[in-house]
Design a protein around this ligand. Structure first.
Ligand code: UDP
Length: 390
């Protein structure tokens, strides 16, 4: 979802600017939320033409089906993707490729004289590191351009370094178009919305660790204790598995006295946009960071792996939130105690929720800058228009 969600948003933004968009998605998808989100985009944007990329068998039950799925897609670049692209009519003028497919799909696209752009779905900071990685990283110099879901106020210095040739000579132009705005989603389920609607403005903490990350049981238990101790209202998305295959849990939404525990997919965007929400305890997946930025919601960073620690650093530097050093996950996990969690959450909600708070402070300023960047004439708006013209 971390790759799919921003791609669907980019497709909707391009379509809104009157581009002819063809959306090529692999089938079958790994999780139910992927197919649901693709369908939601296609019904909201009927002008986007869907093409299904039937990938051959992959190990859907192995340790990480997402990687197996990705490998199967990469292996199909010449045999399946090329014939599919050359059969499109009218012929496309450019293709936007996910970073995880870059080294396989850029050469295949170039053979067809298609201009290949890479959409790197993490931060500009991660791109600076990733450009040095073998395989997909080294393939970046062969792209016509790189698209990022970030914006000036978040990573202006890094964007300038990338485009100034100070990160890696030969990198193509890097264009920031974020934070990409969500398209009309499915809305919040009635029980979560009903509960949120009854809470005072800026009083609730929203807790989610993304579409993939699962915490240890010991940490989940302490987090539960911490949320109760904070005294704040909470919406807590609990995930115990890394991949959702069957998303209907026994009790999907449990309404408690102080909060709501959700064991299924929630419309995160709708929660972050709700005025009751004061704080987002987040694993700092890049999409979650940009969504919090767009809504001006303060973040308490709790990165678990991948690019998330780097993203947590960016959150702290730009003023969107704090990273108390919690996180890590995996074998070296240090369980953070409920008492400490409760204290930090209470303190941050109090600072973010009091009368007058929010005017000019870090996270509110980041929110203003985010909306300015994507508004008409803003830097990310200009970036997108420039790409389309090119
Ligand atoms: N998301 C959501 N509901 C959920 C879990 C995730 O809407 O219950 C969305 C979230 O808003 C974001 C994406 O899924 O757009 C997750 O991407 P992110 O980069 O934050 O983290 P990842 O899941 O890739 O670790």
């Amino acid at each position: 979802m971390g790759h799919l969600a921003p791609f669907l948003r980019l497709a909707s933004a391009l379509s809104s600017h009157n581009c002819e968009v063809t959306l090529i998605t692999p089938r079958p998808t790994v999780s139910a939320s992927e197919s649901r989100n693709i369908s939601a985009l296609l019904s909201a944007f009927p002008r986007i033409r869907p093409i299904e990329f039937r990938i051959p068998h992959y190990d859907a039950l192995g340790a990480d089906p997402f990687y197996a799925h990705n490998e199967a897609m990469r292996a199909s670049a010449h045999g399946l993707l090329s014939p599919l692209l050359s059969s499109l009519s009218p012929a496309p003028s450019a293709i936007v490729i996910d970073i995880s497919l870059a080294s396989a799909f850029i050469p295949a696209s170039k053979k067809l004289n298609l201009r290949a752009f890479v959409f790197f779905t993490s931060s500009a900071t991660m791109l600076s590191l990733f450009a040095y990685y073998p395989r997909n990283g080294r393939a970046l110099v062969d792209a016509e351009g790189i698209v990022l879901n970030t914006f000036e106020a978040l990573e202006g210095d890094t964007l300038a370094a990338l485009n100034g040739g100070r990160v890696l000579p030969g990198l193509p132009p890097v264009t920031a178009v974020g934070p990409l705005e969500p398209f009309a989603g499915g809305g919040l389920c009635a029980r979560v919305r009903g509960w949120l609607d009854r809470q005072p403005a800026r009083s609730v903490v929203y807790v989610s660790f993304g579409s993939r990350a699962a915490m240890s049981e010991a940490q989940i238990e302490q987090l539960g204790i911490g949320l109760e101790r904070s005294g704040c209202g909470y919406v807590w998305v609990v995930k115990t598995k890394a991949v959702d295959r069957e998303e209907r849990a026994e009790e999907a939404v449990e309404v408690r006295e102080k909060g709501v525990v959700v064991r299924e997919w929630v419309e995160q965007e709708a929660i972050l946009a709700h005025e009751a929400v004061a704080l987002f305890v987040s694993h700092c997946g890049w999409n979650s960071v940009t969504e919090a930025a767009l809504r001006g919601v303060r973040v308490l960073a709790w990165p678990l792996g991948m690019d998330q620690m780097s993203n947590a650093g960016t959150v702290e530097r730009c003023g969107l939130g704090k990273w108390r050093g919690w996180g890590g996950g995996g074998d070296g996990e240090v369980v953070v105690g409920g008492e400490e969690i409760g204290e930090v959450v209470r303190e941050m909600v109090a600072e973010g929720g009091g009368a007058g708070a929010g005017v000019g402070v870090g996270w509110a300023r980041v929110g203003e800058e985010a909306r300015r960047a994507v508004g008409v004439g803003g830097s990310s708006y200009a970036g997108l228009v420039g790409l389309i013209e090119e």
